[in-house]
Design a protein around this ligand. Structure first.
Ligand code: CS2
Length: 487
């Protein structure tokens, strides 16, 4: 008898931890691109709960775009994995059985294209991270490089996510397989709108605009749950709780939210019965969450990492850190947006800080810090742009950008290496290497990254001066002492 999680092992795990549906009972209705931890602890859980409450053939075929590590673990476990919810008061573990199939896009792109043309599939959801969409972060326009052009213009198997989608839609049109919703579940501003822009562009380039207009919708979403990268400890806890090994185990916070634009031409799971909010306009939620939660997460990550802190919770305990991010929320973020009705941005920010402080969650600063060139525009730069347009001086927002600039230098304040894990890493390094290592030199070099900094920011002398001032402070005193002076 194997001690690995899988269908055969389910009778042996505690009853309260078993999936809430019978895995494999529901037919497939959703294709999901991106098998990362976030999808598995968020949309998959909502979908399982929706099927448990109201039925429906909404099994998820999980597609790994490139890496096979998670895919292999899931395949060995019949698609099953556990999510352990960590709260200060204790933990609880449940196995999720919402996946009805698993595929590898890089290994077998034709199979994924064929699946997108299957009438049973009525929804495609995506968590491919900001960079997976191939959009210019500063302008939101598609970055048409050789790889993507090859996906559009040649017959070779698609290599990019947009290429895979447009080939899948073409196959669906030919098969007359009916309408479908494409749902971005990534932290992009107006993600539904961006998804539509991307697909419209590709559809025009491949002469299928009419079909796309009549058959494809792009519901926007706000997704929210803190799901740290798994470690050996995650797997050890799962073993303790389940009595079997789970190589794909996850940790997550108790909080989970999903706001979805209700625009599904071929039906959808009863997600509202699983706690999701279905709405006409998710954009106020998206903006609130991106700027207040993700923007503050990035702030704590860069500042904490520079001060040598490993985790977000630990960074938040640094003297002055919570004062600085509270001022960022109250003085820069709150005036930059209109929250959803009945929500107060400062109060929302307090709840976010409470979640970040969860002592049971080990969310690493360098995990949030990665892909800064993609994350900064929607999380922080849009706040700064809006505040500047209103004539204000966004002191705290520029502090975060300065911290990112210092982080890009690759070392903590006491000289230990920091990883620059970013699709623009080589451009960033080259720019820094060619510039004087002074606050002015660094600011000029990095403001010149035109896919990150829109012209109205790069050409704004007030912003430039604020950045130089913060970098000068960090150079003189280090982040720790700079923060300690914030009230
Ligand atoms: C985080 C997000 O890693 C990051 O960049 O800011 O993944 C964050 O945990 C989620 O968006 C929370 O919903």
């Amino acid at each position: 008898m194997t001690d690995l999680l899988g269908l055969g092992a389910l009778p042996r795990i505690p009853a309260a931890s078993r999936p809430r549906i019978t895995p494999g009972d529901a037919g497939s209705g959703i294709v999901h691109l991106g098998l990362g931890a976030f999808h598995r602890a968020h949309q998959a859980v909502f979908t399982e709960d929706a099927m448990a409450a109201a039925g429906g053939d909404w099994g998820i075929v999980g597609v790994a775009p490139r890496s096979v590590t998670v895919l292999d673990s899931l395949r060995a476990q019949d698609g099953l994995y556990s999510v352990t919810t960590l709260a200060a008061e204790g933990r609880s573990t449940r196995v999720i059985g919402a996946h009805s199939g698993l595929m590898h896009a890089a290994g077998d792109p034709d199979a994924v294209v064929a699946l997108l043309a299957d009438p049973a599939i009525r929804i495609v959801t995506l968590t491919v991270t900001e960079k997976g969409y191939r959009l210019d972060p500063a302008t939101g326009r598609l970055l048409l490089d050789d790889e993507l052009r090859g996906d559009l213009e040649s017959e070779r198997p698609p290599r990019t996510v947009p290429g895979l989608l447009i080939r899948g839609l073409a196959a669906r049109r030919r098969a007359d397989a009916g309408p479908i919703a494409l749902v971005s579940c990534d932290n992009l501003p107006a993600n539904g709108h961006r998804m539509r822009g991307l697909v419209d562009y590709l559809a025009a380039a491949t002469s299928q605009s009419d079909w796309v207009r009549d058959n494809v919708t792009f519901p926007g979403t706000m997704v929210d749950r803190i799901v740290p990268a798994s470690t050996a400890e995650t797997r050890a806890v799962a073993y303790d709780e389940l009595g079997v090994r789970d190589e794909a185990a996850l940790f997550a916070e108790p909080y989970s939210a999903w706001v979805i634009e209700d625009d599904f031409p071929a039906g959808r799971p009863a997600w509202e019965q699983a706690g999701a909010v279905l709405t006409d306009d998710p954009r106020p939620w998206e903006r609130l969450k991106l700027r207040s939660l993700n923007g503050v997460h990035s702030a704590i990550a860069y500042l904490g990492a520079l001060a040598g802190r490993e985790t977000i919770a630990e960074s938040l305990r640094m003297p002055g850190m919570s004062a600085a991010v509270r001022r960022f929320i109250a003085e820069d973020i709150a005036p930059s947006l209109t929250p959803p009705p009945g929500v107060d941005t400062v109060q929302y920010g307090e709840e976010v800080l409470h979640r970040f402080a969860n002592p049971a969650m080990e969310y690493r600063t360098v995990q949030v810090a990665m892909d800064g060139s993609q994350k900064l525009p929607p999380r922080v730069l849009h706040t700064i742009i809006d505040r500047r347009a209103a004539g204000a001086t966004p002191r705290w927002g520029t502090m975060v950008v300065a911290a990112w600039m210092r982080f890009a230098g690759g070392a903590t304040d006491d000289g230990r290496p920091l990883p620059l894990n970013d699709p623009l890493a080589s451009r960033i390094r080259a720019r820094l290497a060619a510039a004087p290592a002074t606050p002015n030199g660094v600011v000029d070099a990095l403001l010149g990254l035109d896919t990150v900094f829109a012209p109205e920011l790069a050409g704004d002398d007030t912003v430039r001066q604020l950045l130089v001032d913060w970098l000068t402070e960090f150079d003189k005193h280090g982040v720790e002492a700079t923060l300690a002076g914030v009230r």
